[in-house]
Design a protein around this ligand. Sequence first.
Ligand SMILES: [Zn+2]
Length: 295
Amino acid sequence: LVNTFAAYGKAVGQRVKGAIEAAGAGAIGTMVRSVTSLNDNTPHTGVMYYQDSIPKIPSVALGIQDAEFLSRLIDDGEEIVVNLDLSCQNHEKALSYNIIGEIRGSEFPEEIIVVGGHFDAWDKGQGAHDDGAGCMQAIEVLSIIKQLNLQPKRTIRCVLFTDEEQWQAGAKAYAARSDSLKENHIAAIESDRGVLTPRGFNVTADSTVIDRMQKWLPILRRTGIDWIREGGSGPDIRRIKDAHALIGYVPDNQRYFDYHHSANDTFDQVHAREMELGTAAMTILTWLVSEEGIE
Ligand SMILES: [Zn+2]
């Protein structure tokens, strides 16, 4: 199956480092074809960096159709003049906070399971799939356990991280603080790949831990989860180094980059049923880790 995240990972450097590479070669500006799998004309934005020793040139993302149009003109040998009129700017850094809530464990309160997402977003859309709805899933895990009047053995902590999109300052601050408090995370689960139909969980852990988790698949299959396998977890939780398992929720990814970092990422594009199935999968997994432990 085509993994759109792999394609994104390989292509996105053109946006992230394009201005540095181009300026280094003498360019006065860069235009990058939006990193998306959707053939529309909506620009998809995202983080891009400058390097201090290199001129900071304007850098824009073009919708696919505009990019293809320019490409065809260049192929035809046309002389093209482009005027860039940009309103984007970098603001000074400002104070922000992670948002944290937890249900204390009854037997092993010092053993923590984090469920989280990030609440910052690119301003072209509403940040629905990336990652407002992921945050809602993390909140719902605690809410469902509370509504069912269940008392978890281990502490279940919802963390909504600030500033994932640029510097991961929220993730760094959380990891540094829990380090200094010598907290003990047994697992962390992140939803930051959109809220489409459930597929599986990526796990960064010892193979014995992954083997153990795979025994839970018959229960998780009720929500559409098909697999649990070794893989990258998520950009925020991966900094929680003491966690025995870092777990990324993986929904179907074929439509994710239709929305990602663009004006298309609005709440009317979130399908409640797909989102709820994912929430159920995350809740079941969180509960199993809480009651059974992970090793
Ligand atoms: Zn995200």
